[in-house]
Design a protein around this ligand. Sequence first.
Ligand code: NAD
Length: 315
Amino acid sequence: MATCLVTGGAGFLGSHLCDELLQRKHRVICVDNLETGSLANIEHIRVPEFVHLNLDIIEPYFVDEPVDIVYHLASPASPIDYLRLPLHTLKVGSHGTHHTLGLAKKHRARFLIASTSEVYGDPKVHPQTEDYWGHVNPIGPRGVYDEAKRYAEALTMAYHRQQGVDTAIVRIFNTYGPRMRPHDGRAIPTFLRQALTDRPITVFGDGSQTRSFCYVDDLIRGIIALAESGEHYPVNVGNPNEFTLLELAETVLAVTGSRSEILHEALPTDDPQQRRPDITRARELLGWEPEVDLREGLRRTIEQSGADVLVGSAR
Ligand code: NAD
């Protein structure tokens, strides 16, 4: 049994990670100030091996007991959040990552940071391999998120090289599943909410831009496999099956049996045209690959969330 500290543990991915770590008989310390997460995501966890500390990681913070693995997930993650919280997003990526790396160093813990495919920006290489350095607009509205994560990766490698911290970097590609917020602005919860209420499905631009969607259970398996490996360099974890946004909208219509029509809206600034992970490194280093296809993942999301939650009012 290991003691795992999960920053952002009350968020979408963090709460699934806490569930899985507890399932594997680890102890979990969840650090989360509920900035974009929710107690509703962790209220079902009622075991003594789990504790939630309501702390803001932008300020220095300490934990009194030994920690073996730090999973650093805290950060606003959906565009609706980081566009609303630009300075907070930069500070979480810088101060928050610095404090969390310092904690890992003090406890001699393995440290894993949740980075993102957004470090590749609007990529000029397809699919994206880890050795591609990206094409990011630093001064556009999305720059606060992309650059915070790029800085956090640089900081992580500096703690590894200069301070000897045992670090890992996972570059997460779009992930979906139960506990996504219906109004968080990302494509899958938005399309599901619209389809389940027979309202028009709003596709940005002509819908020819592509994304790859990973079901949350697959992603969590990949993250834990990476944390438990000895790898230090970035590893993409995501589903390499690529869909246009229009194909996604049509799949959501088919799975929900909805009568919604598809409407086109203006493209947001710096919206990437293509997004697809090359997962060769994850396959070779971790023996990992996704198992849940899009239709099955959407079915599970609807079944486990309940249609009323997916349609629900803003939370
Ligand atoms: P989320 O918003 O649901 O979770 C983030 C959590 O961090 C929230 O619970 C929030 O309250 C917490 N948090 C934010 N600022 C904090 C602070 N200062 N102190 C303490 N806690 C704080 O987002 P998510 O989708 O679960 O993403 C989790 C991580 O995975 C993020 O680092 C994100 O960048 C990364 N990621 C997610 C995706 C995805 O598809 N969901 C894709 C790429 C990367």
